[in-house]
Design a protein around this ligand. Sequence first.
Ligand code: IVH
Length: 687
Amino acid sequence: MNDAQARADQLRALIAHHNERYFALDAPEISDADFDLLVRELTALEEAHPELATADSPTQTIGSAAIGSAGGASATFAPVEHEIPMMSLDKAFNTDEFDNWHTRLVRAAGEGRDLGSFVCELKFDGLAVSVRYENGTLVRAATRGDGRVGEDVTANVATIASVPKQLGAGAPPVLEVRGEIFMAISDFEALNEARRAAGEQLYANPRNTAAGSLRQKDAAVTASRNLRWFAYQLGQVEGAPTFAHHSETFAYLDDLGFPVNDQVKVVDSADAVKAYFAEAEARRHDFDYETDGAVAKIDNLAMQRDLGVTSHHPRWAIAFKFQPEEKSTKLIDIQVSIGGKGKATPFAVLEPVFVGGSTVQMATLHNEDQVKLKNIRPGDTVLVRKAGDVIPEVLGPVLSERPEGLPEWHFPTHCSCENHHPLTRSEGDAAHYCLHPTCPIQRDAWIEHFAARAAMDIEGFGERTVQLFTAQGLLSDIAGVYELDFDAVGQIEGFGETSVRNLQTSIEASKTQGLGRLLIGLNIRHLGNSGAHVLAKAFGHLDKIIEADLETLAGVDGVGPTIAESLRAYFDDESHLAIIERLRAAGVDFNGPEVVDVDQTLEGLAVVVSGGLENFSRDSVKEAITSRGGKSPGSVSKKTTALVVGESPGASKVTKAEELGVPIIDEAAFVELLATGRVPGQPADTA
Ligand code: IVH
């Protein structure tokens, strides 16, 4: 057997395996993007070696046989033959591929014939269903299966609130509506929140959860999952009005009571399609449902018929795939970093992988329990997720690719510094700590943290500089930053006159950052950034905090007993007081912000803000709420007083607010709320 033949066989086996994991078991092991790569490689191979192509190659068929890869009958669901096959969509992974599709179509349409307009839609990441009505009554719902034969999921689909069970007068004798079933992101998060609270294993993502929820023997389980759907295409139709354009079918479906997505747009040119794709990708996280691309369909139905279909997909439509947000890569190692407070945090060292718009080669694993829960081992192939600006996450291993005998990973017992201090984990704490005060890794991490943006914000004082200075003996703690011998710094290779001067200037400037940032830089266990600023405001001077007793500290709103104890322990430590005296001598400002008296209009209220406001920055809007005695949590709940929406608000927050009946207000109403403590248009609280 030659190499091409062997690889083609291997690819077919892999694709069959992953098809079954995805379609039949709802438990994919690799990302859609990686799966697409396998199919593409096989397609290219078959094109280069036509003799290798087979009729049953996965490049010629769609999805999985409804029912397991062997094509046998599903144990749970009866097979349903689709009168009109449920096809897949051709895909473009970049604008060049879209342009090629467009050029092909223009050629196929023939000289002098215009393709006409395009309908742009989002590509929902859920599962396709076909719902059949006869004389207005829902008679059957089926999954796509292999495109020809799907599974009968009528009982399950009938539990979905937005699937009409009965159509009004004027319904045609036969109507098949195709669409995508999904779970809203907010519902998925709430479901996982409940599972977390119950100590149950979390679901991986909304798509698989939706699929798993639909393919339940017990339809009551489906009913409890609040699935939704969007209708996007007609299947078999008899006796309905005839349409000239696909876009007209949306109005028809809408009239009949089917949910259609509000992002559908008819455009006139290929350039406008590309603009839609770009905008859809940029806004993909604004929606309360997952999308993995956008779709363009030729609007003119006569043109669609003329262009026709291949064995696999219609020629008149194309899916533009977004940058993948999940990909697999090799987990090279699990290492542990020691933070400024001695906290030992495991992190994944990955073979670099481009995902979610950037290259990822490291991801935090948080703590020992998380590594155990994820069941990952160095040497595993792992699935990595990175969505937009979100921090990359290792989701779990691809078990089918785990090398035999791969050893489990154990949390190191000792710090990796040259002193090898023991790492300890105390009861009730998820984290390990190196508690030794002379650990050089901790020392460097603390100085780095002190100079970091959220603390003293000293430009040019990053990890490399700190390590260089401590290694040269120029620096051994945070106060040393203000005692640096700049002549000696100038002797270090890479530090020219200008960089020394710049460093000197930014160190000098940092002295006036004020108490809040200084407290962050002092690196006090349990004290986060917002707690530090709260303290700075409440006490006004570092000395007052140092002198305060436990009760006074714990009495500050937003501090609490754990932080109070930690503060007391910190300032009872002579070595810390000595550092503070050196900071004082260097002229570091110990004063908190000037407190202006504002009316506490929002006392006891919680105001959530989503989207950009015109007259407030992210920080200043928080400040405006908290300085008036209000809270500004990150998510909407029953207790939320109002949701303020600005430009491009998060859809999940809006949906949640609507569901809970939380008032949704604009910026002008927000300004009024700040002044009066009342939500405009709402009855005053009589309590
Ligand atoms: S149209 C003949 N429109 O993508 C075209 N499909 O790979 C039939 N999908 O199985 C599909 N959003 O599950 C169409 N707006 C949309 C879609 C969409 C998601 C899914 C659907 C289909 C798959 C095609």
